[in-house]
Design a protein around this ligand. Structure first.
Ligand SMILES: C[S@@+](CC[C@H](N)C(=O)[O-])C[C@H]1O[C@@H](n2cnc3c(N)ncnc32)[C@H](O)[C@@H]1O
Length: 248
């Protein structure tokens, strides 16, 4: 295992030993996850017939909200603790069309693939090689959706200034914010038609900071929807999405 993978594993085993479960169950985080699911469905076109792969699925909270809308979800994650939690939650909720596997690679054919806050954890060479690996998992016309922190985000600059210790606590040693356009370029080179858009401004950071305040999250989300229409502001948004469609 590479050094970066070892460090990722150690960090996430600790994160998923209690804190993440409690944090992700809070109302504002649940509201954020529900919003993400609607976005994933709208942008990938996944429906009740679709097999969806999720890479770096963590404890599967997004995937378990997605499952009722699609045919099947398969989640893959490096962390055994995450996979144990995801399987246990699927069982508790009686969700039979979600499967979770520990590992760093997937096999099989899927109609769509997602990677939520995952790409920015991959070392540079792995990130560059990722779209080629993804090609094998999708048919022509298959769609990939990702969400990652943007290097230009205003919230990152403000966070580093005002709450540097908290920012550090919630980040692994190897993760970094990414540039949306150069990340999308890796997908284009591998034969995907890739588009970049900004997902949010203050709403997701607010859900992380004040996880108990779902009404605040919803208000911030409505503000984001307005703010993101202003092009100059959108560039400084928090997280960018890539929607990449495999060429026919
Ligand atoms: C920031 S977390 C995101 C988890 C989840 N998608 C979410 O939205 O909460 C990144 C996840 O990627 C996993 N991970 C990191 N490197 C990985 C790799 N090379 N292969 C598979 N999973 C990996 C970590 O264990 C962690 O669960």
């Amino acid at each position: 295992m590479s050094g970066a993978l070892d460090r990722e594993l150690a960090y996430h085993e600790k994160l998923y030993s209690g804190f993440a479960q409690q944090h992700f169950a809070r109302p504002a985080v649940r509201a954020l996850r529900a919003h993400m699911v609607q976005r994933i469905l709208a942008l990938t076109g996944a429906d009740k017939r679709s097999r969806v792969l999720s890479l770096g699925c963590g404890i599967g909270d997004t995937e378990l909200l997605l499952a009722p809308h699609v045919g099947e979800v398969v989640g893959i994650d490096l962390s055994p603790a995450a996979i144990r939690q995801a399987r246990s939650d699927a069982g508790r909720l009686g969700i039979a069309n979600a499967r979770f596997e520990q590992g760093t690679s997937a096999a099989g054919q899927f109609d769509a693939a997602i990677a939520i806050f995952f790409l920015h954890h991959l070392p540079d060479e792995e990130l560059a090689a990722f779209p080629e690996r993804l090609r094998e998992l999708l048919p022509a016309g298959g769609v990939f959706y990702s969400l990652d922190p943007s290097r230009l985000r205003l919230s990152g600059a403000v966070g580093r200034l005002l709450i540097p210790a908290l920012m550090k606590r919630y980040q692994t040693e190897d993760e970094r914010e990414l540039d949306g356009n150069s990340t999308a370029e890796f997908f284009r080179r591998a034969g995907f038609a890739a588009k970049v858009s900004i997902y949010d401004f203050g709403s997701s950071p607010l859900a992380g900071l004040l996880p108990g305040w779902a009404a605040g999250y919803r208000m911030a989300r409505r503000m984001d929807d307005s703010l993101l229409r202003v092009g100059a502001l959108a560039k400084r948004g928090s997280n960018f999405e890539i929607v990449a469609k495999k060429d026919s």
